[in-house]
Design a protein around this ligand. Structure first.
Ligand code: CUA
Length: 349
């Protein structure tokens, strides 16, 4: 299947062929309809050209067979397009639980990436082949769009919220990475490469790169020292701040009776607009941290708070990550943590 149409980029992810197949199907349908219609226009124009002034056309009564056929065939075609598109879409935008995570921050005009083991990259992403990778993305300034043509996937990167992308590369190589949303003067230069490596080469690359703090460690440092969150959110009884252990991807009751799911977006919003979603039983006394934390620091805080919930992190499936060892030691684990449970069995999406 490699480069079966020379105009297409290489197929290098598990869903590349699905996108191409769907696209190919659309082209075939367009051709199959366009050619007969254009031919018929010419044929009828000649056959029924005016031969006599003010001729009265022959009257025609409907044909049940004809009308049924031209209703059912387009119905089937449009439904196959819809179903094909929906299946590919749901597949692409439902990140699996057992993916390796990478944080992405867009900025005029570069991509800043960080692995969960701490390594940072700019305009480059190194990943192992045959491994699911999930990107958690946001931007410091304007809209961008993370696009890897060889993987046939892209997603907008939006200020003030998180968007996600996932893929599994199928063969080692160097693939173009683009910004696919006009974002100012150097938009066209906002790109780079994804390096897909054999697992062994990837492990070498990881160990050869300066890792610094992992996002979880950096988040813990911010939480306990730099921002002082721990003075209210330490978790014991009679704390001024809500308990954060075990909340990730669980429902949280708010003042006023509503309930929200404590996902990445909720945690981010609670840091930047704390009074907008106050947890039941607490006072709206937390100050905003807007302007005091960068997008990378927010990512780290989210990663840390996520790590306080056992099994919430997809990273739990990875024995090699030092971050997990560090975080499981300091999180008060409820007894619900079943070690034998497979990561795929998690209920969170
Ligand atoms: Cu960033 Cu275009």
């Amino acid at each position: 299947m490699q480069n079966w149409v020379p105009l297409f980029p290489e197929q290098a992810s598990t869903f590349a062929w699905q996108v191409d197949l769907l696209y190919f199907y659309l082209i075939v349908v367009s051709i199959v309809f366009t050619i007969p219609i254009v031919a018929a226009i010419f044929f009828f124009a000649i056959k029924y050209r005016e031969t006599e002034k003010f001729a009265t056309p022959e009257e025609m009564h409907g044909s049940m067979v004809l009308e049924t056929v031209w209703s059912i065939i387009p119905f089937i075609i449009s439904m196959t397009i819809f179903l094909g598109g929906a299946i590919v879409f749901f597949n692409q935008f439902t990140p699996p639980d057992d993916a390796m995570e990478v944080y992405v921050v867009g900025k005029q005009w570069m991509w800043k990436l960080q692995h969960e083991t701490g390594q940072r990259e700019i305009n480059e992403l190194h990943i192992p082949v045959g491994r699911k990778v999930k990107l958690t993305m946001t931007t410091e300034d304007v809209l961008h769009d993370f696009f890897i043509p060889a993987f046939r996937t892209k997603a907008d990167v939006v200020p003030g919220r998180y968007t996600y992308l996932w893929f599994e590369a199928t063969k080692p190589g160097k693939y173009h990475l683009f910004c696919a949303e006009y974002c100012g003067l150097n938009h066209s230069g906002m790109g780079g490469y994804v390096y897909v490596m054999e697992q062994r080469d990837f492990d070498n690359w990881l160990s050869g790169s300066v890792s610094g703090q992992t996002p979880v460690e950096a988040g813990k440092d911010l939480f306990e020292n730099k921002l002082g969150c721990a003075s209210c959110h330490a978790g014991g009884p009679a704390q001024r701040g809500a308990k954060l252990e075990g909340i990730y991807n669980h429902d949280v009751k708010l003042v006023g009776g509503t309930t929200v799911k404590a996902d990445d977006q909720y945690i981010r919003n609670s840091i930047l607009n704390p009074t907008s979603q106050v947890v039941e039983g607490f006072q709206p006394i937390m100050p905003t941290f807007k302007g005091q934390v960068t997008e990378e620091q927010l990512n780290s805080l989210v990663a840390y708070i996520k790590s306080l919930t056992p099994n919430a992190s997809t990273a739990a499936a990875e024995p090699a990550s030092p971050a997990n060892a560090a975080t499981s030691a300091n999180s008060a684990k409820p007894a619900t943590n079943k070690p034998a449970e497979k990561p795929a069995a998690n209920s969170n999406k």
